[in-house]
Design a protein around this ligand. Structure first.
Ligand SMILES: [Fe+2]
Ligand SMILES: [Fe+2]
Length: 183
C-alpha cells in the first residue's frame, strides 16, 4: 500500500466523524442534551487523531518530501494545505471552548458549537478533496518506491509516538459506536 493510500484511508474515517459531528450538532440545536462523553470523544478525535497524528504525518514527512521533489510550498498546493491545517486548529479551539460552555449549561453554547463545527466540517471536507484528488495524485507521480517505503516507516513511528499503541483501533471503535448512535 502506498503512503498516500494510508492517508486516504484515514480521510475516510475523518469524513465519517465529520458526518457524526454534523448530526450531533443538529441534535443539540433541536434541544436534545448530547452526552458529555460523546462531545469529549469527538473533540479528542479531532485534536489527537486528526491534528496531531494525521496532519503530523503530512506536515512533518509528506509535505517536506514533496517540496524536495519540486512541488512548491509558497503560493502552491503545500502552502494552501498548511494554511488550512492552521485554520482548522483555530476552529477546533473554538469548538473545544463551546463544548466546555455547553457542559456548563451556557445557553449561547449551542450556537457557538454549531458555528465552529459547521466551519470545520466545510473546511475539512474541501481540504480532504483537494488532497485526495490533486496533491496526492502529484505525490504518487513524484515518489519512488524507496521514498514511499521510507514515508510509511516515518508514519508508523509518528503514530506510535503521538498516539501510542492500540489508540488507532480505540478511535475506530469510538467512531463505530457514535455512528450507530447518531447516523
Ligand atoms: Fe491535510
Ligand atoms: Fe489529510
Amino acid at each position: 500500500m502506498k503512503a498516500t493510500r494510508e492517508l486516504i484511508q484515514e480521510h475516510e474515517g475523518i469524513t465519517l466523524m465529520l458526518k457524526i459531528l454534523n448530526a450531533v450538532v443538529k441534535k443539540a440545536q433541536q434541544g436534545t442534551q448530547v452526552p458529555q462523553e460523546d462531545l469529549d470523544g469527538i473533540v479528542e478525535f479531532l485534536t489527537v487523531f486528526v491534528d496531531k497524528c494525521h496532519h503530523g504525518k503530512e506536515e512533518d514527512f509528506l509535505f517536506p518530501e514533496l517540496e524536495k521533489l519540486g512541488i512548491p510550498k509558497e503560493n502552491g498546493p503545500i502552502g494552501v494545505m498548511l494554511s488550512e491545517h492552521e485554520e482548522g486548529r483555530g476552529l477546533i479551539a473554538d469548538l473545544k471552548a463551546a463544548v466546555a460552555a455547553y457542559k456548563g449549561g451556557d445557553s449561547a453554547a449551542v450556537a457557538a458549537m454549531s458555528k465552529a463545527a459547521e466551519g470545520y466540517i466545510f473546511l475539512l471536507n474541501a481540504h480532504i478533496n483537494k488532497e485526495n484528488n490533486v496533491l496526492f495524485a502529484m505525490a504518487d507521480n513524484h515518489l519512488n518506491a524507496e521514498k514511499d517505503d521510507w514515508l510509511k516507516a516515518q508514519f508508523d513511528a509518528l503514530e506510535l509516538e503521538r498516539i501510542g499503541a492500540g489508540k488507532h483501533e480505540a478511535f475506530h471503535a469510538m467512531i463505530h459506536r457514535l455512528e450507530k448512535a447518531y447516523l
